[in-house]
Design a protein around this ligand. Structure first.
Ligand code: UFG
Length: 322
């Protein structure tokens, strides 16, 4: 298929683009490089520099695109609380512009990058797709709003859409050309890269809160390897059916605490990574664990890489960059 990957110079978008190329698809990456890196665009993909608002329509028309994988978004929970307008504009406004461009060009399918943040503070875990969406940040709210729009565009314009709600993505992937594709955010807020950055630097890592109602007092999350996550996108692409909008959680179904993650990082790196306890980070739910039963039943997808594999690959990536 001829595919458009928006945000394909970013962490997850670049790994998905690499897997799509390896599966034999023709890929165009559209990215404004506001947070992505041009050197992360996998070799073999065409690259268009621009925002989805300004550039998506032309790319869709010119390349006769069969499906869009839509990653381009602002994705920092804390920033979204400080600047909600940016999130509504980029995430909802940008996606609406993309959907309009798809309608005009007759592009029939979209796979949308969504998040566990749509659920907010869950009432129960593991979280199922039918559980209420009560986002606690403008970031999560903007992603819920896109889901509402996708349902309408499927019903009223006949597009086929799949939303994938990611839990905590970690790890890195080696592309066919030997380069490592991994997480390079600035600022970096995610746990695994922060812990690995603390390995060997002597600075260590801060644990945001150890007084949560969890077994060791630190937050529990469901970590998923970016390679497993990318595989789910390829399956979702095949599951876009005209007039339907499907929603799937993507996680391992197992929870690990912040302290457990740090311990795995120590084992994998061989470094004694110092950890100090800092105050809670506002808005962090105590436990987020996915039920991924629906995607397993419908698309036969199941995460196959464990936390150790995620940390080992993220470590390889960070070593390769050093
Ligand atoms: N943490 C630390 N120290 C750090 C970084 C993180 O203790 O240096 C803790 C956080 O407080 C949290 C856990 O590690 O308890 C995981 O934090 P991340 O920032 O790695 O991930 P989040 O769970 O906050 O974020 C994920 C997704 C977001 C999504 C959010 C929903 O990455 O896209 O869940 O809550 F919005």
């Amino acid at each position: 298929m001829k595919l458009l990957v928006t945000g394909g110079a970013g962490y997850i978008g670049s790994v998905v683009a690499a897997q799509l190329l390896e599966a034999g698809h023709e890929v165009t990456v559209l990215d404004d490089l506001s947070t992505g890196h041009e050197d992360a665009v996998p070799r073999g993909a065409a690259f268009a520099h621009g925002t989805i608002r300004e550039a998506a329509a032309a790319v869709l028309e010119e390349h006769d695109i069969a499906a869009v994988l839509h990653f381009a978004a602002s994705s920092l929970v804390g920033e979204s609380v400080a600047d909600p307008g940016k999130y509504w504009s980029n995430n909802l406004g940008g996606t609406l512009a993309l959907l309009d461009a798809m309608r005009t060009a007759g592009t029939p399918r979209i796979v949308f990058s969504s998040t566990a943040a749509v659920y907010g503070e869950p009432e129960r875990t593991p979280i199922e797709e039918t559980d209420p969406t009560r986002p606690t940040s403008p970031y999560g709210a903007s992603k819920v709003a896109v889901d509402t729009a996708l349902t309408e565009f499927a019903r009223l314009h006949g597009i086929g859409a799949v939303s994938l709600r990611y839990f905590n993505v970690a790890g890195a992937q080696r592309a066919a050309d030997g380069r490592w594709l991994g997480e390079r955010h600035s600022p970096e807020t995610h746990l695994v890269p922060n812990v690995l950055a603390g390995a060997g630097s002597g600075e260590g890592v801060r644990i945001f809160g150890d007084d949560y109602p969890t077994p060791d007092g630190t937050c529990v999350r469901d970590y998923i390897h970016v390679t497993d996550l990318a595989d789910a996108h390829l399956r979702a692409l095949g599951a876009c059916e005209p007039g339907q909008h499907r929603v799937y959680n993507l996680g391992n179904g197992a929870g690990f605490s912040v302290r457990e993650v740090i311990e795995v990082c120590r084992e994998v790196t061989g470094h004694d990574i110092p950890a100090t306890v800092a105050p809670r980070r506002p808005g962090d739910p105590a436990v987020l664990v996915a039920s991924a039963k629906r995607i397993q039943a419908d698309l036969g997808w199941k995460a196959s890489r464990d936390l150790r594999a995620m940390v080992a690959d993220a470590w390889q990536f960070s070593q390769a960059r050093r």
